[in-house]
Ligand binder design. Structure first.
Ligand code: HEC
Ligand code: HEC
Ligand code: HEC
Length: 148
């Protein structure tokens, strides 16, 4: 029994994360109930991601983004993997005008959970929160975009 203890602790940690995420999904679902959308309100990505992406990012995107930033800024490594530009491009959410909404909008992918969890991030004061072109071109990459 004694040897099982650290495993129990790890399991408790995982449970805590699961409970947090369930809470978010529940809240999204709750607000979705009032609209016509039947499912949790986290907007769908525009393209497929590699297997395990959603689980990995759901649990770890903070660490991942910060790690990536350190690689780029301190070590000059620039790849498109896990780049913030890629995130906002594939996770772009079209607004009423069909153009991607910026982080000013509560519909923005990154805000749906954050607003609920009362997380606020300053990343988009420097980084663009939407792809430079329209949603149809969102995954063609390319720079530019400017603020928000
Ligand atoms: C090429 C497309 C693509 C890119 C690039 C991408 N994602 Fe995703 N992401 C997806 C897909 C597909 C899902 C599964 C849910 C869905 O279909 O919307 C997902 C799910 C997620 C989830 C879980 C959402 C939920 O429903 O619980 C998070 C968080 C997330 N992505 C964050 C990120 C971040 C941060 C980045 C940049 C490092 C990123 N993603 C880059 C396609 C992408
Ligand atoms: C004060 C402005 C500023 C703020 C705020 C800021 N960044 Fe950055 N970030 C930069 C600059 C400048 C670079 C370097 C761009 C380059 O050299 O390619 C960078 C690079 C990055 C990169 C590597 C390039 C990429 O997209 O792959 C990531 C990831 C990143 N930042 C994430 C974040 C996250 C997450 C936050 C919020 C927690 C954040 N940044 C807040 C200015 C900022
Ligand atoms: C599935 C829900 C969900 C989505 C979607 C999501 N986040 Fe988060 N994010 C969270 C939660 C919950 C936290 C707080 C817990 C943590 O740090 O993991 C958080 C924390 C963060 C933090 C750390 C904030 C701090 O003060 O430490 C950053 C940076 C961040 N998210 C960036 C993003 C970006 C950029 C996107 C969009 C590409 C995004 N998140 C999308 C749920 C989400």
């Amino acid at each position: 029994m004694r040897r099982a203890f650290p495993k129990t602790l790890a399991a408790a940690g995982l449970m805590a994360v699961a409970v947090l995420l369930a809470g978010i999904a529940w809240a999204a679902n709750d607000s979705a109930r009032k609209s016509r959308v039947p499912m949790p309100n986290i907007p769908k990505a525009l393209k497929e991601a590699e297997p395990g992406h959603a689980e990995r990012l759901r649990n770890d995107h903070r660490q991942l983004l910060v790690h990536k930033r350190d690689q780029t800024m301190r070590r000059g490594i620039r790849t498109t993997d896990d780049s913030l530009k890629e995130c906002v491009a594939c996770h772009a959410v079209p607004g009423p005008d069909k153009l991607p909404v910026s982080a000013q909008s509560p519909e923005h992918f990154c805000r749906v959970c954050h607003d609920y969890a009362a997380v606020s991030i300053d990343c988009f004061s420097c980084h663009a929160s939407r792809p430079p072109k329209d949603v149809a071109n969102a995954n063609k990459g390319g720079g530019g975009g400017g603020k928000r």
